[in-house]
Design a protein around this ligand. Sequence first.
Ligand SMILES: [Fe+2]
Length: 224
Amino acid sequence: MRAPAQPSKPSSLRVELGPADNARRALLAAAIVGAPALWLGARAQPAPARIATPAQTEGPFYPVRLPQDADHDLLQNGTLRYGRGQPAWVDGTVTDLDGKPLRGAQVEIWQCDENGHYHHPGDGDRADAAFQGFGRVAVGDDGRYRFRTIRPVPYSGRTPHIHVKVKLGGRELLTTQLYVAGDPGNARDGLWRRLPEAARDAVTVPFERGADGLRARFPIVVAA
Ligand SMILES: [Fe+2]
C-alpha cells in the first residue's frame, strides 16, 4: 500500500524567495547567532550610574499664595500676555536613579520677571502682573514635563536662575535651581560656586535658539 502523498507546499512559498530573501535570511541567522553574545555583553556592562540632581536652597520667594493661573505657560497670566524677555521652553523628564519615569510627580518652577522681581511681599509685590511667575505641571507617563517662560535674568547678587521643586503626592522630593550655561554671572554667584563640578553640570544647561524661541532641556533625577 502506498503511503499517502505528502501535500505539496503552496507554490507561492517556493517561488517568491529571491536573492533579497536569501540575504534577509542570512541577516536573521546572524542576528540569532549573535544575540546571546550581545545579551551577555549588555549584562556585563552595567548602565552608567545616574546622579541625583543636587538640591539647592528654596530661597525667600516661593509664593505665599499660588496664583489662580498656575499652569505651564508663565507668559500668559489669566487674560494677560507677557511680552518681555526672551521666551523659552524649559522641558525634560523626571526619573528616579534607575531612569524610570516618576509617574504622578509634579514639577513646580518660579522665577522673577524681566525686571528681576518676584510675585512676593518680600520683594514688594512688584512683579509684572502679566508674568505668571509660578507654574506647576504633572509629569506624563513618560516622565516628561515642560514650561513656557523666559530665559531667567539676574537680580541683585544672583546669577540668572529658575527655582524648581518636585513633589510626589504630599512629599517634596527635591528643591533646586536651574542655571544658564555660559552665563558670565555664574562664576560670581555664591550658590553656584559652592556646588562641586559634577553638581554644577547637573543644574546648568544651555538655553539654545530654536524655531520657537530658546529651549533648555533639564533632566531631573530624584531619589524617590
Ligand atoms: Fe531666586
